[in-house]
Design a protein around this ligand. Structure first.
Ligand code: SF4
Ligand code: SF4
Length: 448
């Protein structure tokens, strides 16, 4: 079997790239912060139930929040220390969630010792089929792994074998199409071992015979590195054109395999499961070493931050700590985004904790963040031309603005992947994607 896609998709945009700010910055271990605040909800699905009380001592990797159901993921202490009084925080998606604070103890691993504990040693590519699918899924579930590309869907749910909709292909997404972020890029350069082991284990769990790692062509070093690393395995590395939003799973499936996920459908409807490269590395750690997801790689970038970097950070550390480690904000800093400029969400509080889905922090200057004054729609149709899922953004946005949810549904608001192409291209400065997001958040509330 080989990848048979047309290597591209219709629509999309080509925003100016600023990956050079952090692309050459090797992943650095963040010094242990004095405190982390671990949210009990970091995923799509049921919240966790706290397992700890104030003053409980915990060790890195210990479960502190039990999954609230099958579509849920437990959370673990990301440093050694002592739990404090439970508190509440607001995540970038405006959700208010409970957090467990942990004050660092003197024994917490740091520096090279932490790097070795997480990524050191050999990562096998042989005999992984000795692991039973159920055992792989259970290890992933116990480790609290969720998608690290942003959506944060519990990974074990995706990999359970489905008798009625069998999977034939595992697609490992290394596209990282957001124009500033480089965390996945650095992982593909520095950590091919755990990515490959994790991909093989995920394919074994899902019974996928074909494994493809998809990378955009603006990452030649990562492509060469992974091509060398997959030799002798059944994994193919497929190079796709740099074209936003190539990292969106429906776009990647179309480009790499030529398969079209139906409106409202899922990748499994076309025999595919998609995981991010960071998720693959976390799977390898969970299955081969029994280690939970306690840390992730985060890009801190943008002209509004003094020294852009890629950091290995404990879950629960504040955005403020990461930004300070990168030399702080510049005088021109105007807007802090969780994620990149295309899909990222503006945050108003730098105490926001890093979660398992935090791929980056982008700080824009006032010039970059300048919002054009909103004008009337001139019916130019550009938003329709760029929408990669074939929607009519102007009509849906209007329906959302007037809270006509039935109309928004009829125009397939639920199929919007919130890529932001329509808002990016709109000459009238209409906040199309913000209206879509507001509508998508409101509709479930209306159903209650
Ligand atoms: S309508 Fe949704 S999917 Fe289409 S371009 Fe806008 S944000 Fe992207
Ligand atoms: S791009 Fe903006 S101005 Fe043009 S049709 Fe769409 S909403 Fe209207």
């Amino acid at each position: 079997m080989t990848a048979t896609g047309r290597m591209d998709f219709r629509g999309g945009v080509h925003p100016p790239e600023r990956k050079s700010l952090s692309a050459d910055a090797a992943i650095e271990v963040l010094p242990t912060p004095p405190e982390v605040r671990i949210p009990l909800v970091q995923h799509i699905g049921a919240p966790c139930e706290s397992l700890v009380k104030p003053k409980t001592p915990v060790a890195m990797g210990e479960m502190i929040g039990k999954a609230g159901g099958f579509v849920s993921a437990p959370v673990h202490a990301s440093i050694d220390g002592t739990c404090g009084m439970a508190d509440v925080t607001t995540l970038p998606n405006a959700r208010h969630v409970a957090v467990i604070p942990i004050t660092a103890g003197p024994q917490t691993l740091s520096g090279q010792g932490l790097w070795d504990a997480i990524f050191g040693g050999e990562w096998p590519t042989r005999h992984l089929e000795d692991h039973a699918p159920q055992q792989i899924v259970e290890a992933i579930q116990a480790a609290g792994i969720v998608g690290q590309g942003g959506a944060a869907f519990p990974t074990h749910v995706k990999l359970v074998r489905n008798e009625t909709k069998p999977i034939d292909t595992l697609l490992v997404n290394g596209c990282e199409c957001e124009p500033y972020l480089t965390a996945d890029h650095r992982m593909m350069i520095q950590l091919p071992g755990p990515i490959i082991s994790g991909a093989l284990l995920a394919a074994q769990a899902a019974d996928a015979k074909q494994i493809i790692i998809a990378i955009e062509d603006n990452k030649p070093v990562a492509i060469d590195n992974l091509r060398r690393a997959v030799r002798g395995t059944k994994i193919q590395v497929v190079v796709l054109p740099t074209h936003y939003p190539m990292g969106g799973e429906k776009m990647t499936i179309r480009a790499a395999l030529g398969r079209v996920v139906p409106t409202g459908g899922l990748p499994l409807d076309v025999g595919v499961v998609v995981i991010n490269v960071g998720t693959a590395a976390a799977i390898a750690r969970a299955v081969l070493r029994g280690k939970p997801l306690t840390h992730r790689v985060v890009t801190v970038t943008g002209s509004g931050v003094a020294r852009p970097r890629n950091l290995l950070a404990p879950i629960g550390v504040s955005y403020k700590t990461l930004i300070e480690h990168c030399g702080g904000l510049t005088d021109q800093a105007a807007r802090v985004l969780s994620g990149g400029p295309m899909m990222g969400l503006a945050i108003g509080n730098l105490d926001t904790p890093v979660t398992k889905g935090t791929s980056g922090i982008t700080v824009l200057t006032s010039q970059e963040a300048r919002k054009a004054e909103e004008l009337q729609c001139i019916r130019c149709g550009r938003c329709v031309d760029v929408c990669p899922v074939g929607l009519v953004p102007t009509k849906i946005a209007l329906a959302c603005r007037f809270k006509d949810w039935d109309l928004a549904r009829r125009y397939h608001l639920d199929a919007c992947i919130e890529c932001g192409c329509c808002a990016y291209i709109c000459p009238s400065g209409i906040p199309l994607v913000q209206l879509m997001r507001m509508g998508k958040a409101e509709i479930p509330r209306k159903k209650k």
